[in-house]
Design a protein around this ligand. Structure first.
Ligand code: FNR
Length: 389
């Protein structure tokens, strides 16, 4: 397919499923158990409706914003997804380049296929990057990772808190994972079990003992803002606020962990209401930012989240890498010239994905009657039917 035939982010996904190897598709697309939460992540957005305003001079719109104090051209960032090289030999570097081009922020996963330093070295001067942390049982190692990240200029530490054990992703488990990259295996320690899919094979090091009383330790080893990724109710969001953290990502890990967890956007409504009730806070505020991921594929999804009080929404962008990579690779065209061609295609694919989102924001801000992100306010959405029960 040519890029001009790809009109939205769902198109990328449909093509990826057709062209990529079964094993990679299984890892990237699988979710927990019956995948009900994954479906709900999309469905929840369908229960929120807009209340647009008219006659406000929509000649100019500006949807840039600040994420943890850093400029972003759109209220989105690239969330962490492990194993980028399953999609392309350049792995996460493709995202780094596209993020630089479009002025958006990239979150680097602990389980990136490229090394942390490779990814940071690829960044343009002043490009903002964040670190997603799976906390290792070896806290000394964790401390070194965190402090190294801070030294390299990472602007926020996102600790994933929804994965004390990995969810059962059965599609992935059916593929007997064989790690192709020895680095991947090395990161996970000695006891790599390859019999149950890619995800299981690489996550054995994650500490299931992580607890609230560990948070002061994290604050003592870094000055980076700390954000908990994977908060799913107001009680935990409030605890994070009270412990002086910088924010939370309301997320169920793309439905890859606990099936029947609620969508991030539904939890957002609850969190915003309860913060108002318990602390008199009206979002957005600088000191504690709310982020949402899960099912975000359109600018309108993010605009709904922003109207409800979120600072930004996150997208995985795994699909756009995958889409354009596999055809040339399959034909064993990886050597020399053809490889270069395929690299360019991937970058163009990301570029195209981000351009689609940019154009969607521009049009939908106009149609909503919002000149800037600050104009996207609570009254612009009707979320009265957000609750699924
Ligand atoms: C993820 N996600 C994830 N999260 C995390 O904290 N560490 C990780 O290593 C990964 N890896 C990962 C791999 C793949 C293939 C996917 C699809 C997701 C979760 C991710 O950051 C985010 O929460 C979800 O992707 C959001 O849901 P949607 O947008 O995929 O529906």
């Amino acid at each position: 397919p040519s890029l001009s035939e790809i009109l939205n982010l769902h198109d990328f996904e449909a093509i990826a499923q057709k062209v990529m190897p079964e094993k990679a598709w299984a890892y990237y697309s699988s979710a927990a158990d019956d995948e009900i939460t994954t479906r709900e992540n999309h469905a929840a957005y369908h229960r929120i409706w807009f209340r647009p305003r008219i006659l406000r001079d929509m000649t100019h719109v500006d949807f840039s914003t600040r994420i943890l104090g850093n400029h972003s051209s759109m209220p989105i960032y690239i969330t962490a997804t492990a194993l980028g090289k399953l999609g392309h030999p350049d792995g996460e570097l493709n995202l780094t380049r596209a993020a630089a081009k479009h002025g958006i922020i990239q979150m680097i996963p602990t389980l990136a296929s490229c090394s942390f330093d490779e990814i940071v070295n690829e960044a343009a001067p002043h490009q903002t990057q964040l670190l997603q942390l799976y906390v290792n049982k070896d806290r000394e190692l964790t401390r070194r990772i965190v402090q190294h990240a801070e030294k390299r200029g990472i602007k926020g530490l996102f600790i994933t808190v929804d994965a004390p054990q990995l969810g059962r992703r059965e599609k992935d488990m059916r593929m007997k994972f064989e790690a192709e990259d020895p680095d991947e295996v090395a990161k996970s320690g000695d006891n790599v079990d390859r019999s149950q899919g890619a995800a299981k094979a690489i996550t054995g090091f994650i500490d299931p003992g992580l607890k609230w009383t560990d948070i002061p330790w994290f604050k003592s080893v870094t000055n980076m803002p700390i954000i908990l990724k994977g908060v799913q109710c107001w009680e935990d969001a409030l605890e994070a606020y009270d412990q002086g953290l910088a924010g939370v990502v309301l997320s169920n890990h793309g439905g890859r962990q606990l099936d029947f967890a609620r969508s991030g956007i539904e939890v957002l409504v609850e969190v915003v209401d309860k913060f108002k009730e318990k602390r008199g806070i009206t979002f957005p505020i600088e000191r504690f930012q709310l982020f949402v991921d899960g099912g975000v594929r359109r600018a309108t999804d993010v605009m709904k989240a922003v109207a409800l009080g979120a600072t930004a929404g996150a997208l995985p962008f795994t699909y756009s890498t995958r889409t354009f990579v596999y055809q040339p690779m399959h034909q064993s065209e990886l050597a020399g010239h053809s490889c270069m061609r395929s690299l360019r295609m991937v970058l163009t694919a990301f570029d195209h994905a981000l351009q689609i989102l940019h154009d969607e924001f521009e049009m939908n801000m106009r149609l909503l009657g919002a000149n800037t992100i600050n104009d996207v306010v609570r009254d612009m959405v009707d979320a009265s039917n957000i609750h699924s029960h």
